[in-house]
Design a protein around this ligand. Structure first.
Ligand code: FMN
Length: 166
């Protein structure tokens, strides 16, 4: 999905993230990121977040709004780390924070294992961004000339839905 936050200069800021987990009963979704990233700083400064995704096969767009928090410890983080592929985790081992200017692309990565346990190196840089959903909007384009759009708002555990004009 694309996740939009409020940049630190108050301008919008958007980027792709991978939706990793949905806790239906809790109304939360997770994606993973680096605690040193700009988006983590933005969320800490202002937790409001919006996400959008499109399923090209089903022809459905999903727009989500909520409040995000950055989880830097706990059993969910450990489980997420253990379930992630080494290829993804290598990003968290970079010694310089994401977004730092470098001379060459290779400068982002450590020359070799820095002697730490390879399974834990970078763990401190890994975090879960957990979004507590407040609104959800579905736009279904699968039937030509009969598009459907609905908006749902949550109060506590109750979602209230309403058809709206596409
Ligand atoms: C397909 C795709 C998936 C991505 N998934 C993630 C992700 O799950 N988490 C993440 O931190 N960055 C992800 N990225 C990279 C971000 O889009 C972004 O470039 C990076 O996180 C820096 O963003 P920031 O400076 O706003 O923090 C993904 C990029 C692409 C193209």
């Amino acid at each position: 999905m694309q996740a939009a936050t409020i940049g630190r200069s108050s301008a919008p800021s958007v980027r792709n993230v991978i939706l990793r987990y949905v806790y239906e009963a809790e109304h939360v979704i997770d994606f993973y990121t680096d605690v040193r990233s700009e988006k983590a700083a933005e969320i800490r400064a202002d937790p409001r977040i919006a996400l959008v995704g499109y399923d090209p096969e089903g022809m459905v767009q999903l727009r989500l709004e909520g409040v995000a928090s950055v989880l830097t410890e706990g059993t969910d983080k450990k489980r997420a780390w253990d379930a992630s592929r080494l290829r993804s985790l290598v990003l968290y081992r970079t010694p310089v924070p994401p977004g730092t200017s470098i001379d060459r692309p290779d400068d982002a990565y450590p020359a070799q294992s820095d002697g730490h346990d390879i399974n834990l190196a970078g763990y401190q840089n890994f975090c879960i961004v957990r979004v507590s959903l407040k609104t959800l909007e579905v736009l279904d384009l699968s039937v030509p000339a009969a598009h459907k759009r609905a908006r749902y708002s949550r109060t506590g555990n109750e979602w209230e839905g309403q058809w709206i004009v596409p």
